[in-house]
Design a protein around this ligand. Structure first.
Ligand code: MTE
Length: 314
């Protein structure tokens, strides 16, 4: 007899959106201008009817909670380039989404600049419903469309000296008022080890809710590693570099005692300003216990064997 053990983070079938609905909705929304779809009008967006190729949902990474309403996810954001508050969605509509290129360089045999349209065409797109746990103790569950970071790295052939991946995000002074806060170390940088980057869960996100990723969520392309705190998820990426030394991230530069390199979710290790024991679920406001590695320990715990002396958690 086949006994299927439900994992801690899995969602009961009755809560999952039927596939027909997912794909039906996508067919309707596929060509919709983003400004209309989100209900946020912006001069730069109106002229750009972006679309996202259809992508099958990968059910291997069921999130264990109901999907957060789209309007919450697209209107409660951290994107300091547009301001240090949650209401940056309207301002972020000024970030042009096309043309957009991502330079992949550093210790690789085949450095290349990828146009976003090339990535949408060439990469193995799929939908994954991932959780995102912010270090500020709120969380959300989002159907992201994207592709494994490893698929991108395979294209450029990393060299053996590449030990880390550095993510650099857009910094466009005319468009991003937050850059005037000159005490911040722009551009927003993040990073991970090459082993973390190669892990199947490391995902480059180009869409959400079956539509192109809105600028306020990091459109047209961001990184998401769901077992880490959300600040690791650099938005609106312009450059991915393979490097020998550990990159110093934006928040680590701002406040090293509060934000480290690894930043894996751990309910037992409080941040100086936020207990990490529970999290507030966006949309319902419910307080739920936080899980080690944000519930993805079964997949990722092995990455940290032998690294117990590192500051893995904050
Ligand atoms: N990326 C950039 N470029 N700038 C930022 O300020 N904020 C981070 C991360 N990526 C941030 C960023 C933080 S703190 C979080 S919690 C997530 O984005 C929030 O993603 P969301 O707005 O899609 O929920």
């Amino acid at each position: 007899m086949l006994i299927r053990i439900t994992r801690g983070w899995e969602i009961p079938d009755r809560l999952a959106t039927p596939e027909a609905l997912v794909f039906g909705r996508r067919a309707v929304l596929g060509g919709t201008a983003l400004g209309l779809a989100t209900g946020i009008a912006g001069p730069a967006r109106a002229a750009e009817p972006l679309s996202l190729p259809p992508a099958m949902r990968n059910t291997r990474y069921a999130p264990g909670r109901a999907v957060t309403p789209e309007r919450e996810v697209t209107s409660y954001n951290n994107f300091y380039e547009f301001g240090s508050h949650k209401g940056i969605a309207r301002a972020a509509q000024r970030l042009p989404q096309r043309p957009w290129t991502v330079k992949v360089d550093g210790l690789v045999d085949h450095p290349r600049e990828f146009g976003i349209e090339d990535l949408l065409r060439e990469m193995p797109l799929e939908e994954r419903v991932y959780r995102l746990r912010c270090v500020e103790a709120w969380s959300m569950v989002v159907p992201w469309t994207g592709f494994p970071l490893s698929a991108l790295l395979d294209r450029v052939a990393p060299q053996s000296g590449a030990k880390y991946v550095r993510f650099e995000t857009a910094a466009i002074p005319g468009v991003m008022p937050g850059l005037r806060q000159s005490w911040y170390p722009w551009p927003y940088i993040e990073g991970c080890t090459i082993e973390e980057a190669a892990h199947e869960l490391s995902f480059l996100v180009v869409g959400a809710y079956g539509k192109p990723l809105p600028p306020q969520n990091g459109g047209p392309i961001r990184i998401h590693q769901p077992w880490k705190y959300g600040f690791k998820a650099g938005k609106s990426l312009v450059r991915v570099s393979l490097v020998a030394e550990r990159p110093k991230s934006f928040w680590e530069t701002v406040q090293p005692s509060e934000y480290g390199f690894w930043a894996n979710v751990n309910p037992a290790v409080p941040h100086p300003r936020w207990s990490q024991a529970t999290e507030r679920v966006l949309g319902t406001g419910e307080l739920v216990p936080t899980q080690l590695f944000n519930g993805y320990g079964e997949f990722v715990a092995g990455l940290y064997a032998g690294l117990e002396n590192e500051r893995l958690w904050a």
